[in-house]
Design a protein around this ligand. Structure first.
Ligand code: VG1
Ligand code: CO
Length: 543
C-alpha cells in the first residue's frame, strides 16, 4: 500500500464553532476539503503517530465515505489503532465514553448534530480530546491555525476498510477495530441507574414514547428501553437512522419533534415522552400534556438526581450555560452546593467536571449531562428522568408543580432569527454593545433596566478567558434578555434572543409563557432595534 503526500493549500473558512466544524455537505465533499481539515486536526493536536483514536458518527449522508478517508489518513500518519462504531455509527456521548474507557488520545465524531442531513443539507466534524470532551479553546485555535497554513496532507492508497464486521483488521500498520456502538454505553447506563426499578415501572403499565427522529439514538434507545427495560415494542418511534433523518430536522424541540408533541398532547397520551437529536447528545422531555423546558429539566434533575444509584451521594455542584435560565441556581442555593455559569458550548463544562467541582450540568438548548462522560447525553437524561419517575411515582406535571412551589418558576423562551445578513447582525450587536454601559436605571417599553453587560468568563480551573459571550440585560422584577450569535449555523448569521422571567407567586404558575415573556421581548427588541437593523419582523423559530 502506498502512502501519498498531496500538496494542497489553505481553504478559507475552516473556523470551528461551538461544536466542531459545520458546513454544507457539498462543501465537505469538495476536493481536498475534508482531507485538509482532518490533517489540520492531526497537526493541531500533536500528530497521530502511535495514538489510538475513536471514530464514528451519526449516520448522516457522507458519514461512511468520510470515515474511510479519516482511517486512511490516520494510517498514513502512523496511528496505532482506530476504534470505530460498527457501520460507522457512534452517538456523541457513546464516543465520549469509548475515548475515556479505552484510554484513547481522542476521537473524531462526524455529525452536524441537530442540523438536517443529506447531500443538500449539512455535515460536520468535531475533535474530542483524551478526557472525552470537545476540544478546548486552545486546541480549537491550534486546529484553525493549521487550516490557515496547511501545505500538504498524507493519505494511504488502500481499498475501503470493512466497517460492518466486528473485530480487528489492518489498513497498512493501522489496526481498525470495529466495535458494537451500543454495548459499552448500555453497560455504563446500567451502572448509573436502577434498571430493576425502571423495568418494574414499565411492567406496571407505565407507557412511554421515545422519538429518535430517524437519527443515531434509534439503536441505543431500542436496545436499552425495549430490550433491557422491557418497554413495549413501538415505544421507540423513528428508530432506524437514515441518511437524511427522514427529511426532517433532528432537533428535539416542540417545533421539530411535532409528531411526539401531538402524541403527548392527545387524549390517550402516554405517561412520558422524550426525543433526542442527530448525534444523541440532546434531549427533550414532555409529560402527558406537559412540556418541560430544558432549563426546568436541568433544575428538576439537579433536585432529584440523588434518587438514582449513580448520584446517591449527592452532587458536588452544578453548572449551566449563561443563557440557560436561573432555575437550577435556585435548586443549588437551597442544597448549598456550588453553581457555575459558563459560556455556551459543552467544552466549558469540561474543566469543572474534570476537577470534580460539578456533577451535573446543562444548557437551555436541550443538553444535559453529568460527569459520567464529557458530553451532553440525551438518553442518559431520559433514563435519569425514568429513574426519578420510578422512585417518586409522581407524574411529570406533578413533579414540575412541586418544583415551582419549592423554588419559583422561571418562564423561559428562545427566539431564533436565522440566516440574517452577517453584516447587519454584527452592526446590531456593535450598536447594542456600545449602549450597555449606560443602560442601568433607564426605562424601556415599560421595563426598568437593572443591569446590563457583555458576558465574559474566566475559567476557575485553568484560568482561561473567554470574551464576548453574549449581551445581557437584567430587568427590575426578575426578567432577563440575552442576545447571542450562534456558532453552529451554516448560512448567514443566526441571532438568538433568550427571554426569561422569574415568578415566585404560586397563583401565577399556570400562565402562558409567551404572554408572561411578552414585555421582556418588547423591551429587548426596543433596546436592540432588531427589526430596523436586520429587516426582520419576527423570529423564524420559537422554542
Ligand atoms: C448551539 C446551542 C448550544 C450547543 C451547541 C452544540 O450552539 O445553542 O447550547 O452547545 O449548539 O449543540 P449555537 O452556537 O448555535 O447557539 V449540538 O447538539 O451540537 O452538539
Ligand atoms: Co447534538
Amino acid at each position: 500500500m502506498t502512502h501519498t503526500t498531496v500538496t494542497t493549500q489553505p481553504i478559507a473558512g475552516q473556523k470551528p464553532g461551538t461544536s466542531g466544524l459545520r458546513k454544507r455537505t457539498k462543501v465537505f465533499m469538495e476536493p481536498h476539503f475534508l482531507e485538509n481539515y482532518v490533517q489540520a486536526i492531526f497537526d493541531g493536536t500533536g500528530r497521530v503517530a502511535g495514538k489510538t483514536l475513536v471514530v464514528g458518527g451519526d449516520g448522516r449522508y457522507f458519514n461512511d465515505r468520510a470515515i474511510q478517508v479519516i482511517l486512511r489518513m490516520a494510517a498514513a500518519g502512523g496511528a496505532a489503532r482506530c476504534i470505530v462504531g460498527q457501520g460507522g455509527i457512534l452517538s456523541t456521548p457513546a464516543a465520549s465514553h469509548l475515548i475515556r474507557k479505552r484510554g484513547a488520545s481522542g476521537g473524531l465524531i462526524l455529525s452536524a448534530s441537530h442540523n438536517p442531513g443529506g447531500p443538500d443539507a449539512d455535515f460536520g466534524l468535531k475533535y474530542n480530546g483524551a478526557n472525552g470532551g470537545p476540544a478546548s479553546e486552545k486546541i480549537t485555535a491550534e486546529i484553525f491555525a493549521r487550516t490557515q497554513d496547511i501545505a500538504e496532507y498524507h493519505i494511504l492508497e488502500a481499498t475501503d476498510a470493512d466497517l460492518g464486521t466486528l473485530g480487528e483488521s489492518h489498513l497498512g500498520d493501522l489496526v481498525v477495530e470495529i466495535v458494537d456502538p451500543v454495548t459499552d454505553y448500555a453497560a455504563l447506563m446500567e451502572d448509573l441507574f436502577d434498571f430493576d426499578a425502571i423495568a418494574a415501572l414499565f411492567a406496571g403499565g407505565f407507557a412511554m414514547k421515545f422519538d429518535a427522529m430517524h437519527a443515531v439514538t434509534g439503536p441505543y434507545a431500542t436496545a436499552i428501553l425495549e430490550g433491557r427495560l422491557g418497554a413495549v415494542k413501538g415505544t421507540v418511534m423513528n428508530g432506524v437512522p437514515s441518511e437524511d433523518f427522514g427529511g426532517g430536522h433532528p432537533d428535539p424541540n416542540p417545533i421539530w419533534a411535532k409528531d411526539l408533541m401531538d402524541v403527548m398532547y392527545a387524549d390517550d397520551a402516554p405517561d412520558f415522552g422524550a426525543a433526542s437529536d442527530g448525534d444523541g447528545d440532546r434531549n427533550m422531555i414532555v409529560g402527558r400534556g406537559a412540556y418541560v423546558t430544558p432549563s426546568d429539566s436541568l433544575a428538576l434533575l439537579a433536585s432529584k438526581a440523588h434518587l438514582a444509584p449513580g448520584y446517591a451521594k449527592g452532587l458536588a455542584g452544578v453548572a449551566r450555560s449563561m443563557p440557560t435560565s436561573g432555575a437550577v441556581d435556585r435548586v443549588a442555593a437551597a442544597k448549598g452546593i456550588g453553581c457555575y455559569e459558563t459560556p455556551t458550548g459543552w467544552k466549558f463544562f469540561g474543566t469543572l467536571l474534570d476537577a470534580g467541582k460539578v456533577t451535573l450540568c446543562g444548557e437551555e438548548s436541550a443538553g444535559t449531562g453529568s460527569d459520567h462522560v464529557r458530553e451532553k447525553d440525551g438518553l442518559w437524561a431520559v433514563l435519569l428522568w425514568l429513574n426519578i419517575l420510578a422512585e417518586t411515582k409522581m407524574s411529570v406535571a406533578d413533579l414540575m408543580d412541586e418544583m415551582w412551589r419549592d423554588y419559583g418558576r422561571c418562564y423561559y423562551t428562545r427566539h431564533d432569527y436565522e440566516d440574517v445578513e452577517a453584516e447587519k447582525a454584527n452592526a446590531m450587536f456593535d450598536a447594542l454593545r456600545n449602549k450597555l454601559p449606560g443602560l442601568a436605571g433607564s426605562d424601556v417599553a415599560g421595563q426598568t433596566v437593572e443591569w446590563a453587560d457583555e458576558f465574559a468568563y474566566d475559567d476557575p480551573v485553568d484560568g482561561s478567558h473567554a470574551a464576548a459571550q453574549g449581551l445581557r440585560i437584567g430587568f427590575v422584577g426578575g426578567g432577563r434578555a440575552v442576545f447571542r450569535l450562534s456558532g453552529t449555523g451554516t448560512v448567514g448569521a443566526t441571532i438568538r434572543l433568550y427571554l426569561e422571567q422569574l415568578e415566585t407567586d404560586a397563583s401565577r404558575f399556570g400562565l402562558d409563557p409567551a404572554e408572561v415573556l411578552k414585555p421582556i421581548n418588547e423591551a429587548a427588541l426596543a433596546l436592540s432595534d432588531l427589526a430596523a437593523m436586520t429587516g426582520r419582523s419576527a423570529p423564524d423559530v420559537i422554542t
